[in-house]
Design a protein. Sequence first.
Length: 152
Amino acid sequence: MGNREEIIEKAYEKGYEYEEKYHGCARCTVAALQDSIDFVPKDKDVFQAASCLDGGATPTGEASCGAFTGSGMIIGYLCGMGSERFREERDRSHELIHEVYEKFKEEYGSCLCKDIKKKMEQYEDKCPRVVGKAAAWTAEIILREFDGMVHQ
């Protein structure tokens, strides 16, 4: 599988490549994480569910960046509530997606699509860069969470 740094770099590269070639930031983030971390299932239904969540899930970019949303889908898939449909307490996935949110906030000032695009307007490849970083940040968080499943 490789070491942590290699996996994180692969997540960045796959995210960048998929967004640049295929577009769709949410699904490209999901695919990058599925294709970079061996224990993330390559569930086609999760990939398909992400297909309408790019561009802030609206033509206006008014909602969360699709790369952020795709990250949340994988975190929720791995660390969500499991078989209990509704519970009173929050699960670990809330804490982990908050870590991704903090990375977005630190890097872009927001996790909203329109704000990120404005912050990145000087780059022609803004969305591939964002997807790459989101995939890398999420890979880092997942690998830390599942310590022991990756060889150092």
